[in-house]
Design a protein around this ligand. Structure first.
Ligand code: SF4
Length: 417
């Protein structure tokens, strides 16, 4: 069996001789029937981006001069409730705070922790409201420059495979698994998962991705702490952490759903090809990866199954805006429903904010926005249905972008394996 050591690979990287593929480059080569052998590949960089609800940030921020209050009781950041502590910081005038990416603002039901984290990383000023244990109230404003330390921890991230959801009944379901409340009648399908680009999907034997593995988390260097909460053999996921101040706002943000704002993150993990088993694992293709289609009511009630090639391959990653069809009034609801607030008042799309979810295409009936999202043939209760994909909750473009960034960092010798 062919083998190479991590030292061999690091030596090749140092000399600029390592063969590094992104997962997307490797899959394309395999699909094009190129004869890629173990000797041709030293490292594969994998990546994923999607809604990852288990995200929390820990900050330290200044509020007043020392001695003004003893200890904080409640904290709001741009109206998003956060949790003071665990350290009481008694009489220091500064506080430790834990904020959840899934927490919703008390001022604006469409704003939450995911949007807050993006705003912090974008350098925007953040309103801070603090109440102390003796009832004093303080208001201030902080900027990323004022935050000496911030760490993000993700407790269940980068699920190896996820689920597609449909509503086979005749009601409307408010759920985090669709960008808007999902109407019944089997005419909408939402799904998550970056298929054959996902890190864990490329290491199904568990040879590489484990506690201590170095990763890129929202663009900054991070590490795997271990398996995530709710990780199982069927649906493994990871617990991750990284310095938030080294992350980039382009890889993290808020995503509005039918049950309020959520958070998306991006993760890239390098897979050094140490032996033939690892090489065989990274050759997996979307057509080999099942995607369970479940009832959005019960969430874990599988109705049928498709595969990731049926939802990703041959489809557009971003919508096109057709200005001749645009009508400001008609478009107001679509603009408001965009999960990442990517639609400008004149109808154009801010492509830095767009997630490629497809909801604008579903919601505009006159082709103001067009994008080929595809549809899925599924058999439910002995009947065939062709259900259009109406909401993607993973962003394949950001998944590809972060895996390309990781490849470049390795080439530039800025990321050690
Ligand atoms: S695809 Fe449309 S609805 Fe989705 S994020 Fe982009 S602009 Fe918004």
């Amino acid at each position: 069996m062919s083998k190479r050591s991590l030292d061999d690979i690091n030596e090749k990287i140092k000399k600029g001789e390592a063969n590094i593929f992104t997962a997307q480059e490797l899959k394309e080569a395999i699909k094009n029937e190129e004869d890629i052998k173990f000797d041709d590949v030293d490292v594969v960089t994998t990546g994923t981006c999607g809604i990852m609800s288990g995200t929390a940030a820990i900050f330290h921020i200044g509020v007043t001069e020392p001695g003004v209050f003893q200890k904080a009781k409640s904290v709001y950041l741009n109206g998003v409730p956060a949790f003071p502590g665990p350290c009481p910081n008694e009489l220091l005038g500064s506080i430790d705070v834990i904020a959840y990416g899934t927490e919703h603002s008390v001022r604006d039901h469409e704003y939450g922790g995911g949007f807050l984290f993006k705003d912090i990383l974008s350098g925007k000023d953040i309103d801070v409201e603090v109440e102390s244990i003796d009832g004093q109230k303080f208001e201030t404003s902080v900027n990323i420059e004022d935050i000496p330390r911030a760490q993000i921890i993700g407790v269940r991230m980068a699920f190896r495979n996820y689920t597609a959801f449909v509503n086979p009944k005749n009601d409307i379901v408010n759920s985090i698994f669709n960008g808007i409340p999902m109407e019944g009648g089997l005419d909408q399908l939402s799904f998550s998962g970056c298929g054959d680009l996902n890190p864990l999907q490329n290491d199904v034997s568990g040879n590489i991705i484990k506690e201590g593995t170095k990763i890129l988390f929202n663009g900054g260097p991070g590490v795997i702490l271990g398996s995530g909460t709710r990780s199982s053999d069927a649906k493994p996921n990871l617990m991750l952490t990284a310095d938030m101040l080294q992350m980039s706002s382009e890889y993290i943000g808020g995503f509005k759903t039918g049950a309020g704002p959520e958070i998306y993150d991006s993760v890239a993990i390098p897979i050094p090809i140490l032996n033939e088993e690892i090489f065989n694992d990274v050759k997996i293709l979307n057509s080999d990866i099942p995607l369970v289609v479940a009832d959005i009511h019960g969430r874990h009630l599988p109705l049928t199954e498709t595969s990731y090639d049926k939802v990703w391959e041959g489809y557009d990653e971003r919508p096109t805006f057709n200005s001749s069809k645009f009508n400001k009034e008609d478009n107001a609801e679509v603009q408001k429903s965009c999960p990442t607030n990517a639609i400008n008042d004149n109808g154009t799309i801010d492509l830095d904010k767009c997630f490629g979810c497809g909801l604008c295409v579903y919601l505009t009936k006159n082709d103001t926005y067009t994008m080929n999202l595809g549809s899925v043939d599924v058999e439910i209760e002995n009947k065939n249905h062709n259900i259009p994909i109406t909401c993607r909750q993973s962003d394949i473009q950001r998944g590809k972008k972060i895996s390309s960034k990781l490849k470049q960092l390795i080439i530039d010798k800025e990321f050690d394996l």
